[in-house]
Write a protein that binds this ligand. Structure first.
Ligand code: MF3
Ligand code: CO
Length: 255
């Protein structure tokens, strides 16, 4: 069952989403050469405390940290640990979720460490663009498939691949609600979008074939061909006025 949110609930989720944006913004500034990825988790917890919000991921199905930090061929769910130190040329994704007044928001962004080569720079640029191409299909009367299809076709057009083993999701009083939001598939698939639906759209885009496996820590997802992968995610409400990105501050929502 897809749980529709009232205007009031969406307003609360927007407040939470804005806090999450601010936290992630501060974390991304710390992605620099020589920083241990564990520092991102420590800082995230401090920031969450200062905003009086709770981590959404810690303890979720046993996940041990408050953020996921995934480097290069790590696609998602990387552990933020001391052993992983950022180095120039890396591509680092931070995925983070919080609970604010009982509502979840979820966001991820991928950034370079220092100078990266043109191939990586282009993947980062196009990966972010593809997220927004998906978001622009999040309008009343469309299907989830319109979002999925926009993400997949734009990815393939650029010579990249999408990860099919993990997908976006509805979000609200739980981190994962219906509907599923795949990053591939035909336009006429999936439920019709209605006013008040809230979904996390999260394409994972790879340079290689996009086939992945879970490593023996039980969580970290990596590409089989060791090619670089990026991950961009926003929490988005479907409204009468079109897609409303809850994980962006007001002034950044007008596009
Ligand atoms: N953005 C991811 C998701 O929606 C993060 C989940 S990590 C977990 O599934 F640890 F919480 F599972
Ligand atoms: Co998510």
């Amino acid at each position: 069952m897809i749980i529709l949110k009232s205007k009031r609930e969406i307003e609360i989720m927007r407040e939470g989403g804005t806090i999450l944006y601010n936290i992630l913004y501060d974390l991304l500034k710390e992605v620099k050469e020589g920083v241990e990825s564990s520092y991102i988790d420590i800082l995230a917890e401090k920031l969450m405390e200062s905003y009086n919000v709770k981590p959404a991921f810690k303890g979720y199905r046993g996940y041990p940290y408050s953020v996921c930090v995934s480097i290069n061929d790590e696609v998602i769910h990387g552990f933020p640990i001391k052993e992983k130190v950022f180095k120039e040329g890396d591509v680092v994704s931070i995925d983070i979720g919080i609970i604010y007044k009982g509502y979840y928001s979820d966001m991820a962004y991928t950034v370079p460490v220092g100078d990266v080569d043109d191939k990586k720079r282009k993947l980062l640029e196009i990966g972010e663009k593809i997220l927004f191409q998906g978001i622009s299909e999040a309008i009343i009367g469309n299907r989830i498939g319109n979002i999925s299809n926009a993400i997949e076709t734009n990815t393939l057009k650029n010579g990249y691949s999408v990860v099919k083993d993990f997908i976006g999701h509805g979000i609200g009083r739980k981190l994962h609600e219906e509907p599923e939001v795949p990053n591939f598939g035909s336009k006429d698939n999936g439920p019709i979008l209605k006013d008040g639906m809230v979904i996390a759209i999260e394409p994972m885009i790879c340079m290689g074939k996009g086939e992945v496996y879970v490593t023996n820590d039980g969580w970290t997802v990596k590409t089989k061909d060791r090619e670089i992968s990026v991950h961009f995610e926003h929490t988005v409400a479907i409204t009468e006025n079109g897609p409303l990105i809850l994980t962006l501050p007001d002034e950044k929502n007008e596009r």
